[in-house]
Design a protein around this ligand. Structure first.
Ligand code: SF4
Ligand code: SF4
Length: 261
């Protein structure tokens, strides 16, 4: 379904504007899941129409040195990926929250009202993703193998329904109705780079003295990152915790003080 005549730059300009808008919503205390919904829908639509800004696939193309598929010169694509890693160090994983089409489609699937599994533990997915990252690098740099194509990331958004890989990624998307963001948490190589950086983010969700310790935010969080000891590398800025918090101003997005949520 991807319309090749639409320049990939359209997706990346959208990505930049959406990043600025979402960061401002968080910074100004106006972020709600309802306000985030149009971004989720727009990001998924751009994924299918332009196949951009699909950050992990950009990283895959950079690793393979495939400038033709990037839609921009290799150094520019690499610079863009590095820039968003630096931005994650300042603002956390805003792009994963609602901008990246791969993340957005899973976020929307998780809204399907079925029983959820695998909540609130984050060490196993992080360890698995680290292993996948090593395989990703060895396959890409050493063997010129496009691992994300085998998993079906491009095939899914291009709707190449005649390929096996399309059904691999479709299965991941369907799984995300019951498991929160399986691709982001277990597979995504770009997420593997963003997570350790975001765990030191300058701006982050944190509790204030108004917190009454009811732990509703912790029960609402699908990745266990609303726990006070969490480092927020797996916080996707989904907004479930702030929505669940019953005390205004008890859980805010702002400059970190060494403590997380
Ligand atoms: S973890 Fe990867 S796939 Fe998920 S939203 Fe972030 S960049 Fe996209
Ligand atoms: S701490 Fe959990 S619930 Fe809150 S925004 Fe991050 S991932 Fe979502």
């Amino acid at each position: 379904m991807v319309v090749e005549s639409i320049p990939k730059a359209v997706g990346f300009i959208y990505g930049l504007l959406a990043f600025v808008a979402l960061t401002w919503l968080w910074y100004s205390g106006r972020f709600t899941r309802r306000r985030a919904m149009p971004f989720l829908i727009a990001s998924v639509l751009l994924g299918f129409l332009v196949f951009a800004p699909v950050f992990p696939y950009q990283l895959q193309m950079v690793v393979l040195g495939n400038a033709a598929a990037l839609g921009s010169p290799l150094p520019m694509a690499l610079g863009g990926l590095l820039a968003f890693i630096v931005l994650a160090l300042v603002f956390g994983r805003v792009i994963c929250g609602q901008v990246c089409p791969a993340g957005a489609v899973q976020e929307l699937m998780y809204l399907v009202p079925v029983k959820k599994h695998g909540r609130a533990e984050s060490r196993v997915p992080v360890a698995v993703r680290a292993g996948v990252f090593v395989i990703f690098l060895v396959a890409g740099l050493g063997l010129s193998v496009n691992l994300l194509a085998l998993i079906g990331l491009p095939g899914f958004f291009h709707l190449t329904v005649a390929s096996v890989s399309f059904f691999v990624f479709l299965s991941i998307v369907l799984l995300s109705a019951v498991v929160y963001r399986p691709f982001c948490r277990y597979v995504c190589p770009y997420g593997a780079l963003l997570a350790p950086v975001a765990s030191r983010a300058f701006y982050r969700l944190r509790r204030t003295d108004a917190c009454i310790g009811c732990r509703k935010c912790e029960r609402a969080c699908p990745t266990g990152e609303a726990d006070p000891s969490a480092r927020l590398g797996e916080c996707y800025l989904c907004g479930r915790c702030t929505e669940a918090c019953p005390v205004e101003g008890a859980l805010v997005y702002g400059r970190g003080d060494g403590k997380s949520t």
